[in-house]
Design a protein around this ligand. Structure first.
Ligand SMILES: Cc1ncc(COP(=O)(O)O)c(C=O)c1O
Length: 404
């Protein structure tokens, strides 16, 4: 294995790397983080406007989360689901309270370890709720719902399915934003519609309120469940606790992960009590569902986000970024909600090249399409950090030309 100080593994030859080659060669080895800042092993500082892909919403090494997890490590980590632990119970109550506020429905939680597992749980729940012959899940083209076989099948990106065919049966995709196509697709075999409130990996496209309201109506008319995938949007990122709140609709099932643990791997599938009631003991499970250690992080994240009013902060700082970036030559659009933003570049500017350039300047972002850069910084990002990042984007853009 070849490593250098600040750079990660040399993937050539790949066999020298200890990881499976499912990701591109990692560019940098990070050793330390605080807030929006990261330092590599040479001590070089970076601003992290990717936040571990919308995960560390309270910033790296947040002291409240670190203290809660550290204290829990000394007390109790894990007892299995044959027994309860007070930490997970408290977290379930807190998440239910947030979703009761957002949906108006009492619900129940299944804790998971990742976003894909949250969606797996939702898909199984929808299939059991639908009953025999009614197991299809409809989702949008361009969507992303995970990498397990079922969640990959739900992901509306056929190129990602191709190497793993045959895919599990019972998934259907329709054009994003097209309610007529959705209406036509939701027939008597459909158990659920699975939808992101902002298409994240698909280019940062917010759903209109009318689109989510229309899906709610279609689900009400047909009896299909409305599952909203809040894995990337959830926990204040879009300027509300959950992305669906922008549309004023209440889903039946909500899936969560990412920001919920601020980097500690944890997720959840939440469902209205009457929907969750179709599950019986033995229907679903996971050894690590609701460990005390993961849910200690969830409790700390919720407490801290409530203390700082994270949705309002995300809204305010998102507006600051949008206002600062819109006048930058070569930026043709800045779309999104709160601190989940897509920067659309003019024709001829390659988003990947800009991202590589920005990394060299010390700013971490990523390209979600050939012309779109995604910005999902920690919600705790400061005004000065925003100004610094915007200056770097403007400098990089100027160096790359393209139409104005
Ligand atoms: C909207 C959405 N759903 C599901 C997932 C899958 O989550 P995980 O990678 O934790 O399995 C992601 C991950 O990026 C996502 O953005």
């Amino acid at each position: 294995m070849t490593t250098t100080n600040s750079h990660a593994f040399d993937h050539a030859p790949m066999a020298n790397c200890p990881f499976m080659p499912v990701f591109g060669p990692p560019a940098i080895m990070f050793e330390r983080g605080r807030g929006t800042e990261l330092w590599d092993s040479d001590g070089t500082r970076y601003l992290d406007f990717l936040a571990g892909i919308a995960v560390v919403s309270l910033g790296h090494s947040h002291p409240v989360v670190a203290d809660a997890v550290g204290a829990q490590l000394q007390r109790l980590l894990h007892v299995s689901n044959f027994f309860a632990n007070p930490v997970a119970t408290e977290a379930a109550v807190k998440v239910n309270e947030l979703l009761l506020g957002a949906t108006g429905h009492q619900g129940q939680i299944f804790f998971t370890n990742s976003g894909a597992e949250s969606n797996e749980c939702a898909i199984k729940l929808a299939r059991k709720h639908g009953g025999r012959g009614r197991h299809t899940v409809v989702s949008a083209l361009g969507s992303f719902h995970g990498r397990t076989l079922a969640t990959l099948a739900a992901t509306g990106q056929p190129a990602k399915h191709e190497p793993f065919a045959p895919m599990p049966d019972g998934f259907r995709h329709v054009a994003w934003g097209d309610l007529d196509a959705m209406r036509a697709a939701v027939d008597g075999t459909v158990a659920a519609v699975l939808i992101e409130p902002v298409l994240g990996e698909g280019g940062v496209h917010p759903a209109t309120a009318g689109y989510l309201q229309g899906i709610r109506e279609i689900c009400d008319e047909t009896g299909a469940l409305m599952i909203v995938d809040e894995i990337q949007t959830g926990f204040a990122r879009t300027g509300k606790w959950f992305g669906f709140e922008h549309a004023g609709v209440g889903p039946d099932v909500v899936t969560l992960a990412k920001a919920m643990g601020n980097g500690v791997p944890v997720g959840a599938c939440w469902a209205r009590v009457d929907v969750a009631a179709v599950f019986e003991p033995g229907d679903h499970g996971s050894t690590y569902s609701g460990t005390a250690i993961a849910t200690a992080a969830v409790n700390a994240v919720i407490d801290e986000m409530q203390r700082i009013d994270a949705p309002a902060v995300a809204e305010r700082q998102g507006r600051r970024i949008v206002d600062a970036l819109r006048p930058v030559p070569g930026v043709v659009d800045v779309r999104g909600r709160g601190l989940m933003l897509g920067v659309e570049l003019a024709d001829g500017i390659d988003a990947k090249a800009i991202c590589a350039d920005l990394l060299g300047l010390g700013l971490i972002v990523n390209a979600v399409t050939p012309s779109t850069i995604r910005l999902v910084p920690p919600i705790t990002v400061t005004d000065a950090e925003i100004d610094e990042a915007v200056a770097m984007i403007a400098a990089s853009r100027a160096a790359h030309g393209g139409s104005e």
